[in-house]
Every structure is written in C-alpha cells, then in structure tokens.
Write a protein that binds this ligand. Structure first.
Ligand code: PGA
Length: 251
C-alpha cells in the first residue's frame, strides 16, 4: 500500500520568521495526518530549512527545493547534500519546471542529483511535466517518458523505489487551470506502466504525485484516482488554513 503524501512547495516565499510561525502552528496537523495514513511535509527555501526542521516533529517532512550533486567545492551559490544532512534534511525536490525553465536544468542534470541523493540515503521528489504546446500537440506521454527515462537513468529497482515522482503539467502550475482528474490519472497511470516496464514490480510501491493548481476544493478528486498518491502544492500550501484544508481533503 502506497501512503498518500501532501507536500507543500513554498518556492521563493516566506521569510525565516514566517516559516517558523507556520511550522509552529502546523506541527499538530501531523497527528491528524498519521491517523489517516497520510504523510505531510513542506519545502521551504534553503534559509528556512533548519528553523522549520527544528520546530516540526521528525515525521513531518521538511524538504529542500533543490540541491547540488557535488559534496563540496567551487560552486558559488549552491547547497550540497552534506550541508542538508547536517541540519537534518533528507528530502529534496528535483527538476521542478521553474528550475528547468529559469536555471536550464535538464533531466540528465536531475539524474546526477537523484543519484547523489540516493547514495546519501535521501529521498528525491523528481518533477516532470509538459508545456501547453506539447500538451496541445498531444505529445504529453512521449515527452514525459523521455524525462522519466533520463531522470531515472541507471537506477536499480531498489533505488527507483525510493524516488517520489511528481507529474506537474507546466500549463497548470500557478495558473489556476488544473488538469482534470482524468488527465492526471491518464498520465500518472502511464508513468506507472513505464516504471513497471523498466523496474518491474517495485513500480507499485513508487509514489506518484499530481501537482499544478491543486486547491482545497479539488484535491479530493485527485485522491480518488487510483494511481495518484498525493499532491505537490504551491500556492495553496502557503497559508495554514489552506494547508489544513488540503490535508482534510486527502483523508
Ligand atoms: P501551484 O504550484 O500549486 O501553485 O500550481 C505547484 C508546483 O509548482 O509545485
């Protein structure tokens, strides 16, 4: 049985002070989540990770939004895996479409990060998804299959099992125009079949999230889809009320 997962991607929002306020108020939600077998987490900016980690109970996931694949060295502005581990962070979002767009991250670059995270015993959340143009051309599945192949290249089934995938159509991110639940289930079902072809039975254990304008009023629809294991949520994860409503919509 795959556990459901709600992960809030805060992007470049919230100061450390604001993150602390949210974390203190959100901590009690873990009990509700646990009672319904849902994992919950947030992905604050790098500077707020340590403060959030210290406030939140250990089972409340605190994830980075990116990481560099090198342990140390001359990479100005980057943050390494040992730096994250040192402050108790063991999850990282990889390949978010905004990083692909603004930081020219490729799926092969994501592959290097995913491998580095897995060797360090950390959990990567690998994001993929197509642009509006690709969607309108009807090429979503071939596009996503390519991102999946490159991002998870050379992984063993045991490693693949530890990755969380997030399907986020770019045209649905921050636009208020979410993919219908049928689209989400169709593409995520396709992703699971591709994972099964490559990695075998472990595909049934790999969590695949939907992301893109998930809101308290539509989260339940996605959760009803057999292949959708949770949500990666941007805007609607920023206030505690909305975050709690998202959780309630998943239980
Ligand atoms: P959104 O962002 O929920 O604001 O659309 C989702 C994401 O980018 O992860």
């Amino acid at each position: 049985m795959r556990r459901k997962l709600l992960l809030g991607n805060w992007k470049m929002n919230k100061t450390v002070t604001e993150a602390k306020e949210f974390a203190s108020a959100a901590a009690p939600l873990l009990e509700l989540a646990k009672a319904h077998h849902v994992d919950i987490g947030i992905a604050p900016s790098f500077v707020a990770l340590e403060a959030a980690r210290k406030i939140l109970p250990p089972d409340f996931i605190v994830s980075a939004q990116n990481v560099n694949e090198h342990d140390h060295g001359a990479y100005t502005g980057e943050v390494s895996i040992p730096m994250l581990k040192d402050i108790g962070i063991d999850w990282a979002i990889i390949g978010h479409s905004e990083r692909r767009e603004y930081n020219a991250e490729t799926s092969l670059a994501c592959n290097a990060k995913i491998k580095a995270l897995l060797s360090a015993g950390m959990t990567p959340v690998y994001c993929l998804g197509e642009s509006l143009a690709t969607f309108e051309k009807g090429e979503t599945k071939s596009f996503v299959a390519h991102q999946l192949e490159e991002g998870l290249r050379d992984l063993t089934p045991d490693e693949a099992k530890k990755v969380v995938i997030a399907y986020e159509p770019i045209w649905a991110i921050g636009t208020g125009k979410s993919a219908t639940k049928d689209i989400a289930e169709d593409v995520i079902g396709f992703i699971r079949r591709s994972l099964r072809e490559r990695f075998g039975a472990v595909a049934e254990d790999i969590r695949i999230l939907y992301g893109g304008s998930v809101k308290p009023n539509n989260v339940r629809e996605y959760m009803e889809c057999p292949n959708v294991d949770g949500a990666l949520v941007g805007g609607a994860s920023l206030t505690l009320d909305s975050y709690e409503e998202l959780l309630r919509g998943m239980i």
